[in-house]
Design a protein around this ligand. Sequence first.
Ligand code: IPM
Ligand code: MN
Length: 358
Amino acid sequence: MVSKKIAVLAGDGIGPEVCRQAVKVLEAVAERFGHDFRFAAYQMGACAIDATGNPLPDETLAGCREADAVLLGAIGDPKYDNNPAAPVRPEQGLLRLRKELGLFANIRPVTAYDVLLPHSPLKAERIQGTDMLIFRELTGGIYFGEKGRRDADSAYDNCTYSKPEIERIAHLAFRAAEGRHQKLTLVDKANVLETSRLWREVVQGLAAQYPTVAVDYLFVDNAAMQIILNPKQFDVILTENMFGDIISDEASVIAGSLGLLPSASIGEAALFEPIHGSYPQAAGKGIANPIATILSAAMMLEHFGMNDEAALVREGVDEALHNNILTPELNPKAPYTTEQVGSYIAFWVRDSSEQQWN
Ligand code: IPM
Ligand code: MN
């Protein structure tokens, strides 16, 4: 029996609904494998601002620090999006959490599932077989540089990177490429940005340590086009914070739904979250896809070294995909609810031999 403490930050909008399903699946894993998972819930984001005025209360940060891993739903509320003058914002909580926990590498796998090929707006033959892993730097760059107003009509955001910041994530990306298809693509804007030229220099410098990995370099504008034109050319993509934010949403179109893409943020701690946002229009309606969060939980299990457990969760997800046990964006004619999709996968995990549920 293995004991793990998991901090759950359900957050805003659909966050609590999708987190509940992932927790249910983790409980099924614990039951089936005889583990002891302890969940502790904390507030972050708009819900934390409403309750305490602070998007990342001290108690939340302390709870995350003492946990073995953090499961995060989503944060954000439209009442802040359209108010540029808001003094505190939900996103500040997430950004500070990433920084405080030293989560410098955000890993976002993008897979084209065969059964979902018709759901992608892209042609099936172009995307079939896509399997890429995006390494997005998460605690540097323009997100964290000095920012402000010079006067009422002028604003700035500074983008800074240091060699050690680039090296530590580049090593992770190279090692991942070694264990996959031996290809690493650095996405940057080295024809314009000095920080990008530093990224290239550092990555070129490290390449000799990974002789089996073929490295290539793409400008981000071209990469945005290539991801849609020919996603199969990519294995591991390595990129800085903001480019990674943008291209990972773009790449999600390949999977057929943003509701399918998980992520792991690692460094001095480990946090697992879907790449989608809080989707406030869907909150409470039972239409949000919990699979991205459930697959994030699978990545958490892999982080714990529980590979059999994670494989079973992935099998449960595959079963849901094959049997069309899917939320309305993927199954508009006979949709299942968030809760039903979660229950189906949890039942599969608990007792895959009987395949019974509800
Ligand atoms: C993401 C999100 C966040 C980001 C927001 C909510 C701050 O879009 O995790 O991709 O930009 O990093
Ligand atoms: Mn994003």
